[in-house]
Design a binder for this molecule. Structure first.
Ligand code: HEC
Ligand code: HEC
Length: 215
């Protein structure tokens, strides 16, 4: 009798789980595989789950997209779609974008680029002063060029060069390590050369400085 009850409970739980999965996943899948949907619809229905409706993600794990350079967004989405950008989180979270059309990618890039831009909280401190110096002057003794020479004085980026101002600290730091120690972002070859000599403390400082910018 007891055994039968157990069996019943097990089957019941199984059925509920299947029903839940059936409710959640196909919905997400459909959004990313339906060429008739507009970019802004996909942004609000799918991308918002991680990046926020206006691209102001609240989790350090998910980069902010708000006010990011349009051309940069287009390039990254194309690379995720083609499985060229292959760092662990990119693979895990962004490789499901294989069926986005070129038009949808254009619309998504335009949607997030035109949202009010990501901003930091203007915090101050010695680590941030070190970060600012690295950003503006580079590290001449380690042959690290100034970041501002490409990303711009205020770190706003341009075209294929990303905005860094106001981006999540941990996300920026992680990308520096990815460029430095892997080939997982082939489009970032130039970054690999620039930062190959930066040390851990310096990488953390420049990421912290950038995340606090309020431009
Ligand atoms: C389940 C969570 C999740 C969803 C849904 C998601 N993303 Fe992402 N996205 C991530 C993560 C995590 C990363 C960071 C990957 C890494 O660390 O390299 C990322 C990275 C990106 C980047 C690169 C940003 C940069 O600064 O380089 C873009 C662009 C992007 N996502 C756009 C989108 C768009 C557009 C959608 C909807 C079609 C979307 N994402 C849906 C989790 C998600
Ligand atoms: C010669 C030009 C150049 C210089 C100098 C440069 N960068 Fe970059 N950076 C780029 C380009 C181009 C990309 C986009 C790479 C890609 O598409 O994968 C990039 C990407 C990045 C990213 C990834 C942002 C994201 O949203 O994923 C970070 C972080 C970054 N740079 C930080 C720095 C720092 C810190 C410095 C200075 C130590 C620096 N860069 C100097 C050209 C440059």
């Amino acid at each position: 009798m007891n055994q039968q009850l157990h069996k019943f409970k097990f089957i019941f739980t199984l059925l509920i789980s299947i029903a839940l999965v059936a409710c959640v996943s196909p919905d997400k899948g459909r959004n990313l595989n339906d060429p008739s949907l507009k970019g802004n619809e996909i942004a609000i229905q799918s991308c918002s789950n991680c990046h926020g409706i206006t691209g102001q993600s609240t989790s350090q794990q998910f980069p902010k997209l708000a006010g990011q350079q349009e051309s940069y967004l287009r390039a990254q989405l194309t690379d995720f779609k083609g499985h060229l950008r292959k760092d662990i989180n990119g693979t895990q979270y962004m490789w499901g974008m294989t069926n986005l059309t070129t038009k949808q990618i254009d619309e998504l890039a335009s949607y997030f680029a035109t949202q009010p831009a990501m901003r930091g909280t203007k915090a101050q401190g010695p680590e941030i002063i070190l970060g600012e110096s690295i950003f503006k002057n580079g590290l001449p003794l380690q042959q690290v060029l100034s970041c501002s020479s490409c990303h711009g004085q205020d770190a706003l980026g341009a075209a294929d060069i990303p905005r860094l101002a106001g981006q999540h600290n941990n996300y920026l730091y992680k990308q520096i390590l990815i460029f430095q120690t892997t080939d997982d972002r082939p489009r970032g070859q130039v970054m690999k050369q620039i930062i190959h000599n930066i040390n851990d403390q310096q990488a953390r400082a420049v990421a912290l400085y950038l995340s606090n910018l309020n431009f």
